[in-house]
Design a protein around this ligand. Structure first.
Ligand SMILES: N[C@@H](CCC(=O)N[C@@H](CS)C(=O)NCC(=O)O)C(=O)O
Length: 198
């Protein structure tokens, strides 16, 4: 079985675990502390970032978008549509959701890794303005939730789960459509809920 180095709070890890569960790919999930830089992580990914998937042959796959593509291949295309236009939509939604997470992580890390007096507020504001633009666009046009979802939908659900974890009360106002979208996703796929960032 492939192994997944992950952390429970990580939105990209949540996406990958949800995608694997949805596509029926079994993974041995191994909690990994990136701050400790364990040898298994660094040997698999010199960047020291999670998630990393290690195949039975010892091949490592990162980052999370390479992992969703890998899971799509091994599951016989259960995570991305075959139709080119629809596939592009799915890939773009995944990139947008991951991109929001990149801005949120930049926020969290700015505060976590700098002493208070070195935190650069304009940088935080710039990152947050990207999040606001992306969330407003998604709220204005929430993606349809068909019977068969794709890695884009899953990435967005994981991203909103991370917002709930780290930015609760700071993103929901005026974005009721997106809130409802997440609730409907959970109703349709209750089996994926345990993998949300926690
Ligand atoms: N683009 C990467 C981002 C991965 C990432 O930034 N993961 C975070 C945890 S959520 C991490 O490993 N941080 C530790 C570090 O940057 O050293 C992906 O999609 O996998």
């Amino acid at each position: 079985m492939s192994k997944l180095l992950y952390a429970s709070a990580s939105p990209y890890s949540a996406k990958v675990r949800m995608a694997a569960a949805y596509a029926g790919v079994a993974l041995q999930a191994v909690t990994t502390d990136t701050n400790a830089e364990p040898a298994e992580l660094i040997n698999a990914n010199p960047l020291g970032k999670i998630p990393v998937l290690i195949t039975e042959d010892g091949e490592s796959v990162f980052d999370s978008r390479a992992i969703t593509q890998h899971l799509n291949r091994v599951s016989g295309n259960l995570l991305f549509p075959r139709n080119q236009a629809k596939r592009l939509d799915a890939e773009r939604l995944e990139a947008l959701a991951d991109g929001i997470c990149d801005c949120l992580l930049a926020h969290v890390y700015e505060r976590r890794f700098h002493p208070e007096e070195k935190v650069h507020e304009p940088w935080l504001e710039k990152q947050w303005s990207k999040v606001v633009r992306a969330l407003d666009e998604l709220n204005a046009n929430p993606p349809k939730l068909p019977k068969k979802v794709n890695a884009g939908h899953i990435a967005l659900r994981a991203c909103l789960g991370y917002m709930d974890l780290r930015f609760a009360g700071k993103w929901e106002r005026g974005r009721s459509k997106l809130k409802r979208w997440a609730a409907r996703f959970d109703e349709k796929f209750p089996e994926l809920k345990p993998y949300l960032p926690s």
